[in-house]
Ligand binder design. Structure first.
Ligand code: AVJ
Length: 322
C-alpha cells in the first residue's frame, strides 16, 4: 500500500462554523430541528457501530449480504481501478468491494472521502496489510459541497453505501445525485445503497432498539452541542422517539423534552425554551421502493445498469452509470 496523502477541503474551523450556523438555525426554528451529520463524533461513531450489531437494525447486515454475494459481479460490471467511497464508514464493506475489484484484476487506488480525518486514518489502517498493491488517496471533504473536488484519476467506482442517502430530504437528494452525476465521466460507475420500504413495525424497531443504543446515539447530538458550543443540555432528560411517516415513507427520529425548561448555548449567545413534550427532529431516514430508486437516479441523469437485494428483500444496491 502506498499512502498518497490527504487532500483537505475542510478543517476544524469550517466544521465548527457550520455546526454553529446549523444549530442556531435549527433550534430557533419551529418546529426545532438538528441535522443528523452531527451525531458522529468519536462517541457517536462508536454508538453507530454498536447499532449495526443490535438484532433489530438489519440494514448493515442486509447490505453486507448483498456485497458478499455480488461484489465480484459489481466490480466486473464497473471495470474500475479506483474505488471512491463517499462517507467511508465501515472498512468491512470497503473490503468486500476492494476484494471484488482485485479479483476483477484492475484494483489500483482507494479514495476514502469523509468529513473526519480520524475516520479516514482508521479506514486506511484497517486496509494496510491486506492490499499491498493499493494507492490510498484520502480526501477530507463534505460530500454535500465538495464533489467537484474529488480526484479524477483512474476509472472510478463511486460507492455511497449504508442507506445514508435516506438522511437527505427529497430535494437535497436530487441535488446530491445530480452533483454526483456531474462529477462522473464516461466509464465511471455509482453504486448506491438504499434501505427499502417494509413492515413499519420492523422499521420502527430498527430505530428504537430494546437495548437503547439508538436512543443514546440520538441524545449524543446534545452532548456534541454541549461540548462544541458550551451548551447546558441535560441529554438524559430527553426521550428518544422514532416514528414511521407513512406519507413520506421515512423514519423520523426526535428528542422529546421531559419538562418545561430553558437551555443556554453560551457560544451562540442564545437561550432556547422548551415546553414539556416539545420535540426536536434529529434525523429522517427515507426508505425506498425499487422503482423510486431507479426514477430518482434517472432524473439525476443516470442509467441504471443493475440492482440487487438481500434474500429478505430488505435493502438494495443499485449500479448506475452517467
Ligand atoms: C448511517 C445514516 C444509514 O439512517 O439508518 C442508524 C443512521 N440512525 N440508526 C440510518 C442511523 C439511527 C443510519 N445511516
Amino acid at each position: 500500500m502506498t499512502i498518497l496523502g490527504i487532500d483537505r477541503h475542510l478543517d476544524d474551523t469550517d466544521l465548527a462554523r457550520t455546526l454553529a450556523v446549523d444549530v442556531r438555525a435549527g433550534l430557533t426554528a419551529t418546529p426545532k430541528t438538528l441535522p443528523p451529520k452531527y451525531f458522529y463524533d468519536a462517541r457517536g461513531s462508536q454508538l453507530f457501530e454498536q447499532i449495526t450489531r443490535v438484532p433489530e437494525y438489519y440494514p448493515t447486515r442486509a447490505e453486507r449480504a448483498i456485497l458478499t454475494a455480488h461484489a465480484d459481479e459489481i466490480a466486473l460490471l464497473a471495470g474500475a481501478d479506483t474505488l471512491v467511497e463517499l462517507g467511508s464508514g465501515s472498512s468491512e464493506k470497503t473490503h468486500l468491494l476492494l476484494g471484488g475489484m482485485r479479483t476483477a484484476g484492475a484494483l489500483r487506488r482507494y479514495v476514502p472521502v469523509d468529513v473526519s480525518e480520524s475516520a479516514l486514518n482508521g479506514a486506511v489502517k484497517e486496509l494496510d496489510a491486506d492490499y499491498p498493491e493499493l494507492d490510498i488517496h484520502g480526501v477530507v471533504a463534505d460530500i454535500e459541497h465538495h464533489l467537484h473536488l474529488l480526484p479524477r484519476r483512474g476509472r472510478r467506482l463511486v460507492a455511497f453505501l449504508g442507506g445514508t442517502i435516506g438522511n437527505l430530504f427529497p430535494s437535497e437528494r436530487h441535488r446530491f445525485l445530480a452533483d454526483v452525476r456531474a462529477s462522473l465521466r464516461p466509464g465511471d460507475t455509482l453504486v448506491l445503497g438504499t434501505d427499502l420500504v417494509k413492515d413499519p413495525r420492523r422499521l420502527v424497531a430498527a430505530y428504537d432498539d430494546a437495548a437503547g443504543i439508538t436512543a443514546e446515539f440520538n441524545r449524543n447530538v446534545l452532548h456534541v452541542i454541549n461540548r462544541s458550543l458550551g451548551a447546558d443540555f441535560l441529554p438524559e432528560t430527553f426521550d428518544h422517539v422514532a416514528t414511521w411517516d407513512a406519507t413520506n415513507e421515512w423514519i423520523e427520529m426526535r428528542l422529546r423534552a421531559g419538562s418545561d425548561h430553558v437551555v443556554r448555548i453560551a457560544e451562540l449567545g442564545v437561550t432556547v425554551e422548551f415546553a414539556n413534550g416539545e420535540e426536536i427532529r434529529t434525523e429522517i431516514s427515507a426508505k425506498f421502493r425499487p422503482d423510486t430508486v431507479a426514477s430518482e437516479l434517472a432524473l439525476a441523469g443516470f442509467a441504471v445498469r443493475s440492482w440487487w437485494t438481500d434474500p429478505d428483500g430488505d435493502f438494495a444496491l443499485t449500479l448506475a452509470t452517467p
